[in-house]
Design a protein around this ligand. Structure first.
Ligand SMILES: [Zn+2]
Length: 477
């Protein structure tokens, strides 16, 4: 067993959800025909002037508040110079010495342990374009739609010691950013990307080992695999008496391995200098207080409200807030049918079960929160038998029909027809003399058998209460 101990730091890049780009008015939406969302400013024409998008500034301040950062009262922008085909200006507008946010922290739970991760800084910059490498023609195509989309970069202290801790942190940041309304956090679309710095050293060592930087990991799975591989690779090197090189490495999803991209020797000198086109910002206390007041309700606040106002248990509240889309759906449903506990129970049960089975996803729901609220209301008010929830819900998932339409089509409404219930029960009693005898001899549990059989025969067209009353009366004989 190796006594080497991994130390990991993280950089998270998140694209902000502003309507337009950070220094021009082009759309910042994901996708679009290549190079259809560009103008002279974001495609780097000489002589053009950037104008700062103040919503992007507001959003990075939100990012700072939700991760307990200090907000700089004075902040400014710098040019980071490098040439690459995805960056037509040959410099990126970023922030070096005076980032907007500094010295924050985020609490996570990993492997059952609570832990505080320190945030070093968060700064605002512009995203670069995207290169598409076409193997067939052996050429590279440049799409500048992403050029100039506002990007925040958060840098943590090297406070992580396992892949589990890193994943827990990334998940927590995704949750915080989504609730703050500043990023959609779709890693598969690249709106949230991670760089991981990792080094190994003996557990009692005061100095850190030489680190490798893993670039642009775009799923939590890739992060975990890349860290595991890097721990293995660096352990092999150190234990065979060699030295780990300080380098930037790329992780391949298909091989599960990391390969060297560039070494410390070819590290760029970015020649940062203050951007002369964008004035620095000095925030007043009033401006910051106003931004803080506009922060949407965060997951912990929602959780506290669910527990105190709705009487929802802590684990249930956790399960609802842990997915913002589901949590918003819950909020919408209780606006229509104000029985939070009943709605929560349905969402935590059948609703999440169907998601986990892959039968539905929040991205492509065919029914609305109003439909779900209506379904639960119909059950609560005995308009339908709750045993039919599943049948109706499956129809709603597949067809997008309202619960009323499904009940009409499948004839699932409860009918106040006691004669039909009586007929079914009479037949059951006649067909099952032995259980009847058992019941009359005092075996209460056979009652459940009759309830089940009656329910089945009536296909949910009577409420359990009606069935129970008639059954009790008839079984007495
Ligand atoms: Zn533009």
């Amino acid at each position: 067993m190796s006594n080497l101990y991994p130390t990991i730091g993280l950089e998270i890049h998140a694209e902000l959800l502003t309507k337009s780009k950070v220094f021009c008015t082009c759309s910042a939406e994901f996708g679009g025909e290549p190079n259809s969302r560009c103008c002279p400013v974001c495609s780097g024409m000489p002589g053009t002037l950037p104008v700062l998008n103040h919503t992007a500034v507001e959003y990075i301040i939100r990012a700072g508040y939700v991760t307990n950062c200090e907000i700089s009262r004075f902040t400014k922008w710098d040019r980071k110079n490098y040439f690459y085909p995805d960056l037509p200006k040959a410099y990126q507008i970023s922030q070096m010495p005076r980032p907007v946010c500094l010295n924050g922290w985020v609490d996570i739970v990993a492997n059952g342990q609570e832990k505080r991760i320190r945030v070093n800084r968060i700064h605002l910059e512009e995203d670069a374009g995207k290169l598409v490498h076409d193997e067939a023609t052996r050429s590279s195509l440049a799409d500048y739609n992403r050029c100039g989309i506002p990007l925040i970069e958060m840098v943590t202290e090297p406070d992580f010691h396992s892949a589990e801790e890193v994943i827990a942190y990334v998940e927590k940041i995704k949750l915080l950013y989504k609730y703050a309304g500043i990023c959609d956090c779709k890693m598969e679309q690249g709106s949230l990307r991670c760089d991981v710095n990792i080094s190994l050293a003996p557990k009692d060592s005061k100095e850190l080992g030489t680190r490798a930087e893993l670039k642009n990991l775009n799923s939590t799975k890739a992060i975990a695999r890349a860290i595991e591989y890097e721990i293995y690779r660096q352990t092999e090197i150190i234990e065979s008496g060699q030295k780990v090189l300080q380098e930037t490495r790329r992780f391949s999803d298909s091989t599960g391995e990391t390969t060297a991209l560039r070494s410390k020797e070819d590290a760029h000198d970015y020649r940062y200098f203050p951007d002369p086109d964008i004035p620095p910002i000095i925030f007043t206390e009033e401006e910051l207080a106003e931004i803080k007041a506009k922060l949407p309700e965060m997951p912990e606040q929602r959780k506290a409200r669910y527990m105190s106002e709705y009487g929802i248990a802590e684990t249930d509240a956790d399960n609802i807030i842990n997915d913002k889309d589901i949590c918003d759906f819950f909020e919408d449903a209780i606006k229509v049918y104000n029985k939070p506990k009943a709605v929560a129970n349905f969402i935590l049960g059948e609703f999440m079960r169907r998601i986990n089975l892959g039968e539905m996803s929040m991205d492509s729901l065919k029914f609305t929160a109003k439909d779900l609220a209506r379904l639960i209301e119909l059950g609560d008010t005995d308009k339908i038998n709750k045993n039919n929830y599943k049948t109706i819900f499956v129809e709603m998932i597949g067809t997008g029909k309202t619960p009323d339409e499904v009940c009409d089509e499948l004839d699932l409404w409860v009918k106040d027809d006691t004669s039909a219930v009586e007929a079914v029960i009479d037949k059951l009693i006649a067909d099952n003399p032995k259980p009847v005898e058992q019941y009359r001899a005092g075996e209460q549990k056979v009652f459940g058998f009759f309830m089940g059989q009656a329910n089945k025969a009536l296909k949910g067209q009577a409420t359990p209460n009606t069935i129970k009353a008639i059954l009790e009366q008839k079984l007495k004989g």
